[in-house]
Design a protein around this ligand. Structure first.
Ligand code: MAN
Length: 517
């Protein structure tokens, strides 16, 4: 127990001992902030019970600016219990507000220098004590509240009528969606049967294609094999010819060198120059001839039926070189011919028949499109549209409102946007607020907020005579709240409650008028 509590208990004990719960405070102080029923019960009491009957304190401990009860109910007229038992509906100060509607003010706002009750009863410190002097605004407040109530009541009555009208269509709407789903499923059954009919011919066609491709492949392999062996034969031939030619060349070069050496001994410088020049001329003319002959073969390369027979072997030293060149040219020609044949074969290759496959693919696409449609309609059918499908008529609607620089748009069962920025998608349908009982639509997983969460919107449905999006706010960065007024949120009980409040207020106003007389 704290020292303060011990002290207070002690004082309370002394008080009770000396005067058996004699009231040391004027009764208006003790009763300040209690509602009329409690106040009348406490008028002659000597004790006060709180914390669900588990604690009893002396009446002098009530409103003594010290919080005795855990539920905070012993200090409705002071701020001593601010923060204690926050959830209790009887917590805080009850403002009588004569001439207007009674209200409750949280303990923390009692005597804080700001007038909260229209009768000013929450600010009890006098001006001499540094307190604020509150003007009694109850008559003004009552008139304003009455106008509000009259307005709300007529809106709610119109809303209830509109809702009754719409509710007749709610059943039709559901039936329409369910029928649509059934129709689509019927179409799907037919589409799938048609697909099955097309499957066998399509598979036959594919088998045929595989067979043809296999034949082609084998042919290709055979051709490649033939080319390879021809090339190898040619290479072998060439190697043999080159070997013989080299032997011949060696012998001939040796003889030439000997002759040249002998001749050189006798020839003059002039004769020697002529001889060397003659050799050069002879070499050039021979090599030119070979090149020209090579060109001749090139001219025939495109012709399929060119047959390259070995030409007459050139006389003398150039036979082997010529043969090698000839063999190379022949191989190149053969390769070119094969390449041309392949290209021609590719171009002219008869297209594999795809008639059945095309028909099957087309049908399969139709089946897929139907499935997408079915998924969408099924999601619509299964969505929660609130009690008795009350919001079903809003399922394809969207509402907009411009607030400051943004245009907000909410499609109750789709997406919500702030201009083009996605605020989220409503995937769960209608939820009921545990606090207020209002219907709510939550839009989640919107566009990412820089350095923050994904955007989201919490839309509360309130009674209105027509649909209107309003009051968009951003209580926390990228977390938006808004109201959707709709007749679908109106109900008879709300009308009755408003009606009752208006009657009470009218009685209060009339009573205050009589008091004034
Ligand atoms: C935009 C708007 C604002 C939001 C900021 C966050 O300006 O979507 O509502 O607060 O981005 O960066």
């Amino acid at each position: 127990m704290s020292i303060a509590r011990v002290l207070v208990s002690f004082i309370a004990l002394c008080a009770s001992a000396s005067s058996s719960f004699a009231k040391t405070e004027p009764s208006h102080v003790i009763l300040r902030g209690f509602d009329p029923a409690q106040a009348s019960a406490l008028r002659d009491a000597t004790t006060f019970t709180c914390d669900s009957g588990t604690r009893t304190i002396a009446i002098t401990s009530v409103n003594d600016d010290y919080c005795d009860c855990d539920d905070g109910t012993d200090e409705p007229g002071t701020s001593a219990c601010a923060g204690a038992g926050e959830a209790a509906t009887t917590k805080g100060m009850y403002c009588v507000n004569r001439g207007s509607t009674p209200t409750r003010v949280p303990s923390s706002r009692v005597n804080d220098g700001v007038c909260d009750c229209c009768d000013g009863s929450d600010e009890y410190d006098t001006a001499q004590n540094g307190g604020v002097v509150c003007e009694n605004t109850c008559t003004k407040a009552a008139k304003a509240r009455r106008a509000e109530l009259v307005n709300a009541l007529s809106t709610a009555r119109r809303g209830v009528k509109a809702k009754a009208k719409a509710s007749r269509y709610a059943k039709d709407d559901r039936r329409t969606m369910e029928t649509e789903l059934q129709d689509l499923q019927g179409q799907m059954d037919k589409a799938q049967s048609a697909l099955e009919v097309l499957r066998a011919p399509k598979e036959q066609e594919e088998a045929l294609e595989r067979e043809m491709r296999e034949k082609e492949r084998l042919l290709e392999e055979k051709r490649a094999e033939e080319t390879k062996s021809t090339e190898e034969e040619e290479k072998e031939k060439e190697a043999n010819t080159d070997g013989d030619a080299r032997d011949d060349d060696g012998a001939r070069d040796g003889a030439r060198e000997n002759d040249a050496a002998e001749d050189a001994a006798e020839e003059t410088a002039e004769e020697r120059g002529k001889r060397i020049a003659g050799q050069w001329i002879s070499d050039e003319s021979e090599s030119t001839r070979v090149d020209n002959e090579d060109d001749d073969y090139d001219d025939h390369e495109d012709e399929d039926n060119v047959v390259l027979d070995d030409p007459m072997p050139a006389e003398g030293t150039k036979t082997s070189k010529f043969s090698a060149l000839f063999a190379r040219a022949k191989r190149a020609l053969q390769r070119a011919r094969l390449a041309k044949k392949d290209a021609d074969a590719g171009a002219a290759s008869p297209a594999f028949p795809t008639t059945h496959r095309d028909a099957f693919d087309k049908q399969q696409r139709a089946v897929e499109a139907l499935q997408t449609q079915i998924d969408q309609v099924r999601a619509s059918v299964n969505r929660n549209y609130g009690p008795d499908d009350v919001l079903i008529s809003l399922r394809q609607q969207c509402y907009e409102v411009k607030i400051e620089k943004y245009v907000y748009k909410a499609c109750p069962f789709g997406e919500a946007h702030q201009d083009s920025v996605r605020l989220g998608t409503n995937t769960d349908g209608v939820e009921i607020s545990p606090l207020t009982g209002d219907m709510m639509l939550k839009f989640t997983n919107g566009a990412t907020c820089w350095n923050g969460p994904n955007r989201s919107l919490s839309l509360t449905l309130k009674c209105g005579d027509r649909e209107a999006l309003a009051d968009v706010e951003e209580p926390s960065r990228c977390e938006y709240s808004a109201t959707l007024f709709t007749p679908q949120a109106c109900d008879e009980s709300a009308v009755a409650a408003l009606d009752a409040e208006l009657s009470t207020l009218d009685r209060i106003i009339a009573g205050a008028g009589r008091d004034e007389l």
